[in-house]
Design a protein around this ligand. Structure first.
Ligand code: ATP
Ligand code: MG
Length: 227
């Protein structure tokens, strides 16, 4: 079964009497375990596409099927549970809860999912992203790159089948970005994690095994990530 199936997606934003057509007939099929980089200029619709893939928003028209489930057929509470169990999302602007520590931010999704050994698991995740020394720090006390790494630990907490990442290495220095990409690469190869990464970074795109560019609201396969 396909991991992600997007058929003829349209997304039209209305604000007042102004309409922005962010996607116009975008289609894409991703198999489990694929590693896809999505590129395109600013405003092309990349974050919009990820929000639809992640079930955070619904398309104006078209269908989003994730692991065989048509997300439009779920009510909001079902969609939230489905998202929690299936999909990890790393947002373009980090989405950490400001009054919780790094450790508590990672604990939250584990507790929501009623996972076992939550504390041990949160420690392991933060260790994996190199933040064992920053457990008790709140987001405001962390650097941009550290916050992004906490966001990665949060996204991976419930062992999602699919990870969607929007410019996740944007604020990381190249050594840390490499380290984070190594981790994702390892999860992709060893655990078959399906990875969708929006990026402008050539080194990140070069790690992907498939490249899709977005222009005029549509998706195009490309030979490399440099198009
Ligand atoms: N909530 C919204 N309301 C109105 N217009 C929006 C909204 N979100 C996005 N847009 C518009 O939709 C288009 C696509 O936006 P999107 O955020 O998907 O682009 P992007 O490819 O992620 O850009 P970037 O590389 O700058 O992050 C843009 O023209 C944007 O201004
Ligand atoms: Mg964006």
């Amino acid at each position: 079964m396909e991991a992600i199936q997007l058929s003829e997606l349209y997304k039209i934003y209305k604000d007042g009497d102004r309409e922005t057509v962010a996607l116009r007939g975008a289609s894409l099929t991703v198999q489990p375990g694929e590693f896809v980089a999505i590129t395109g200029r600013s405003g092309a619709g990349k974050s919009t596409l990820l929000s639809l893939m992640g079930g955070l928003a619904l398309p104006s028209a078209g269908r989003v099927v994730i692991g065989g489930t048509d997300i439009a057929k779920l009510v909001e509470s079902e969609r939230a549970a489905f998202r929690r169990e299936t999909i990890g999302i790393i947002y373009q602007a980090d989405n950490l809860i400001p009054f919780l520590t790094a450790f508590e931010n990672v604990m939250l999704p584990l507790q929501l999912a009623r996972a076992r050994n939550t504390s041990r698991r949160a420690h392991d995740l933060l260790k994996e992203v190199g933040l064992s020394e920053r457990l008790r720090h709140k987001p405001a006390m962390l650097s941009g790159g550290e916050r992004q790494r906490v966001a990665i630990a949060v996204a991976l907490a419930n062992q999602p089948k699919i990870l969607l990442a929007d410019e996740l290495t944007g604020e990381l220095d190249s050594a840390t970005a490499d380290q984070v990409m190594e981790l994702l690469d390892r999860l992709n190869v060893a655990h078959g994690l399906t990875l969708i990464v929006v990026t402008h970074n050539k080194n990140v795109a070069a790690r992907a095994r498939r490249w899709v560019s977005i222009a005029d609201g549509q998706l195009y396969e490309s030979e490399t990530g440099y198009a």
